[in-house]
Design a protein around this ligand. Structure first.
Ligand SMILES: N[C@H](C=O)CCC(=O)O
Length: 422
């Protein structure tokens, strides 16, 4: 049983000055979160001195564990040279060339600071390129916290029961058309009936912000076909799946090449970064080459890019995604055994280094996942915390594995699942 007295006291102070006591809503664990002191490898330590095996991993970026020494050294080396210039650097060219060599959908790209900026800018580019306004978003898909995509949004928006945010004028979302994931008929219908003004489809190839929920059969190939046939720009939001399912992301894994791709999380080695890229003719629309304006003081931040170069290098040399796919398969098999032994009607979802126990049947889309027992999941989250295992505190967030998790850590984790799953 962990005690969180210091965290509770800090929460009482924090919630006076920070809404919900946090800087991003997913961190607002009910009734109060633990506040972190430090993290290393797969372990995170709170200010009360409790240590947890971490499967949240900062919501995905830390695939090499916390404070990876090689990435740390790359950041330190960069800090010695200064960390913000307001001028371009060779680092950006190096990382951009590397990304383009791995992602066939990317001829050119621009660095930004977050996944939110990446998807916002990708949509603007697609609209500028096509001179059309509408786009399709998947129900429960999460593409960051900008106005046009905060409708039926997953992640914290669903966890906190606010999938449609207040404060967004209807005019800003009237061109956001939604369909269920894994429903190609619905996607085809909405594209064909809005063809005159349809700019883009934006989709997480694997729904990572209410899941992981995987594409069924040839769903992604069919999405590619219908978008191609109707001259609609297909944007894969690979902020979670990029460098995780394969070096070339979900597009390599599933063999489907979109027109544009957004990246983030892993590609910054744990520092803030976002990337949007795609076909040359679309990226040529971006200012200063073209008339789609996009800019940012911190874009291409040297420390983030240096950390990203170091991270991508390790991922490639050590074939991290292959190793973690094997580890993920082992863990998912162990979880399935526990669930079968206990006779629970739960589903173990996941792919590569993503996994989740759904407190309900296998979900295919947003409506399915909403039927899961989210209150039961929250209780389970607390029970796991008491067993010193930190999972993201929501039924609607993915758990992540890192190379820092050892076999012993995984065994301890499976024991905790066995003890706490009811
Ligand atoms: N699921 C979100 C992003 O991928 C979690 C991060 C956040 O909202 O703070």
């Amino acid at each position: 049983m962990v005690t969180l007295d210091k965290s509770k006291d800090l929460f009482d102070k924090a919630r006076v000055i920070l809404p919900g006591g946090v800087s991003s809503p997913v961190r607002a664990i009910k009734p109060y979160p633990f506040y972190t002191e430090s993290a290393n490898g797969c372990r995170i330590k709170d200010i009360d001195g409790n240590e947890y095996i971490d499967y949240c991993l900062a919501y995905g970026p830390n695939i090499l564990g916390h404070a990876n020494p090689v990435i740390k050294q790359a950041i330190i080396d960069q800090l010695d040279k200064g960390w913000l210039y307001g001028t371009p650097t060779g680092l950006e060219v190096t990382l951009a060339e590397k990304i383009a060599s791995l992602y066939p959908s990317i001829d050119m790209l621009r660095f930004v600071s977050t996944g939110t900026e990446a998807t916002m800018s990708a949509l603007r580019a697609a609209r500028g390129f096509t001179r059309k306004n509408k786009f399709v978003k998947i129900e429960g898909g999460f593409h960051g916290a900008h106005d046009a995509v905060l409708v039926k949004a997953g992640s914290g928006a669903t966890t906190h029961g606010k999938p449609d945010s207040l404060g967004i004028p209807e005019d800003f979302t009237k061109n956001t058309l939604q369909v269920a994931y894994n429903d190609i008929e619905a996607m085809t219908e909405v594209i064909e009936s809005n063809q005159d003004d349809m700019a883009a489809v934006i989709i997480e190839p694997v729904l990572g912000n209410i899941g992981p929920i995987l594409p069924e059969g040839d769903y992604l190939k069919e999405v590619r076909k219908v978008t191609e046939e109707n001259d609609v720009v297909l944007i894969f939001d690979e902020v979670i799946t990029g460098f995780r399912l394969a070096m070339g992301g979900a597009q390599e894994y599933f063999g489907v090449t979109p027109d544009m791709t957004t990246l983030g999380k892993i590609v910054g080695g744990g520092l803030p970064i976002g990337v949007f890229g795609g076909k040359r003719e679309i990226l040529d629309m971006i200012s200063p080459s073209g008339s789609v304006y996009q800019a940012g003081t911190f874009s291409g931040s040297p420390a983030s890019v240096a950390a990203g170069i170091a991270a991508v290098d390790i991922l490639e040399k050590e074939k991290v995604h292959e190793k973690l796919e094997a580890t993920g398969n082992m863990l998912r098999a162990g979880l399935n055994d526990i669930i079968a032994d206990k006779g629970l009607d739960y589903h173990v979802g996941g792919i590569a280094s993503m996994f989740k126990v759904f407190f309900g049947d296998k979900p295919l889309n947003y409506q399915d996942v909403l039927k899961c027992d989210k209150e039961g999941y929250l209780q389970f989250f607390h029970d796991m915390l008491d067993s010193n295992v930190f999972l993201p505190p929501s039924q609607f967030e993915t758990n992540f594995l890192s190379t820092a998790h050892t076999e012993a850590d995984l065994e301890t984790t499976l024991e905790a699942y066995a003890a706490n799953l009811k």
